[in-house]
Design a protein around this ligand. Structure first.
Ligand SMILES: [Zn+2]
Length: 387
């Protein structure tokens, strides 16, 4: 069994995990990210045919193992963690029974070890099928604010037939095939100021207009079941006896489907403008991660993974659509069949109690390798589905 084979080098794998976890790499810690890049490069050098570091404010690492067949299998993940250096100073990698803990052990240094082990094994069996391309981001946790994501996407998506995202696995053993798209909508109202006691009409009241417009946003959104809004932040006004001439709200927006989202936005922006009286309302939509739509191809990929897992006596329970955006969304949005959350599973993500299950590193690496080795089967399934 492949799992047992991978476990033969359990100690080395855990040491590598330890080295990665003890290298602090919060998203703002560019030097730490660079250190992680170097650790990964050193560990994978014998198994890859080329690599590229995209240097923006932070680094993105791309590894490639060239294959003979036309087509590329993407393995993606990120090197940054949510933890600051002060949080990680006294908090190091520890092993306790079936679990390991430490900053980023679960999200997602374990996934990086998984990718390295997979490359190693593919090298050992002299895999020559499809090209394997690994993309490791340095700023996933902050929505890629330190890198030029569109250039990176252009450089990495070509020729991809499938994308495995080695993000933190869920403890309920489900895999992720869909994610909400994320956006922010800022609405600013400018009005007419005056003394609250003296004015004869308060049509220029920016807060009043803002409140009406917020209600309008909610009313319109009710007709779009795949779009969700939440007014999260409001500012405006100076004193109760002054009619405010300025107010602002920022909405958090989640959506499941690009087409519905565009329709929603079209209706909303027209409706809001049409209702304005003595104030001006400006809308600024900032898009974050696109949605990972729950496409049939992603579900087919889940079915394929589940079958492989079962053959290895590992269970994947279900496929899910979840709220938060992630890098898997970027590739899924390019039409590449994508599955997310295949890294080792754990608990207490993004908290100081973060921990990961050791056995799952080997189980899930074996499944990833088998999935790569037999990907032809999946490609055939998805080809018949689109015919
Ligand atoms: Zn993550």
């Amino acid at each position: 069994m492949l799992i047992a084979k991978l476990q033969e080098e359990q100690q080395q794998s855990i040491s590598l995990w330890e080295e990665l976890v003890n290298t602090a790499s919060g998203s703002d810690n560019f030097a730490g990210i660079e250190q992680v890049v170097n650790i990964v490069l050193k560990a994978t050098q014998p198994y890859i045919t080329s690599h590229q570091i995209i240097q923006n404010e932070t680094q993105t690492l791309i590894l490639e193992r060239k294959g003979d067949l036309q087509g590329t299998i993407l393995l993606i993940g990120h090197m940054d963690t949510v933890f600051t250096e002060s949080q990680t100073n006294d908090w190091k990698f520890t092993k306790d029974g079936a679990f390991v803990s430490g900053p980023g052990v679960y999200d997602m240094k374990g996934g990086i070890v998984q990718i390295i082990l997979a490359l190693k094994h593919l090298h050992e069996i002299q895999y020559k099928g499809y090209t394997i391309r690994v993309v490791l981001f340095g700023d996933e946790e902050v929505g890629h604010k330190y890198s030029d994501i569109s250039t990176i996407m252009k450089a990495t998506k070509n020729d991809a037939i499938v994308c495995f995202c080695c993000e933190s696995g869920r403890s309920d053993q489900a895999l992720i095939v869909g994610r909400d798209g994320v956006a922010e909508l800022e609405m600013q109202v400018s009005g007419q100021s005056g003394h609250a006691g003296y004015i004869t009409s308060d049509t220029g009241n920016a807060i009043k207009q803002l409140a009406l417009s917020i209600a309008e946003v909610y009313a319109i959104t009710e007709r779009y079941p795949t779009v969700k809004v939440s007014a999260g932040l409001v500012t405006g006004g100076g004193a109760t006896n002054i009619v405010p001439d300025y107010a602002k709200v920022i909405f958090d927006i989640r959506y499941k489907n690009n087409e519905h989202f565009n329709e929603w936005w079209h209706e909303l922006s027209e409706a809001i403008q049409a209702k304005i009286t003595a104030t001006t309302v400006s809308l600024n939509l900032r898009k974050g991660y696109p949605p990972m739509e729950m496409l049939a191809s992603n579900i087919a990929l889940f079915d394929y993974m589940k079958e492989i897992a079962e053959a290895n006596n590992v269970a994947f329970t279900d496929y899910l659509h979840v709220g938060g955006g992630a890098d898997s969304s970027l590739y899924a949005n390019e039409g590449i069949p994508t599955i997310c959350g295949i890294g080792p599973w754990g608990e207490n993500l993004h908290t100081v109690k973060e921990k990961a299950n050791i056995q799952s590193l080997f189980d899930r690496t074996a499944i990833l390798i088998e999935a790569i080795l037999h990907i032809e089967r999946f490609v055939k399934i998805s080809a018949t589905q689109t015919e």
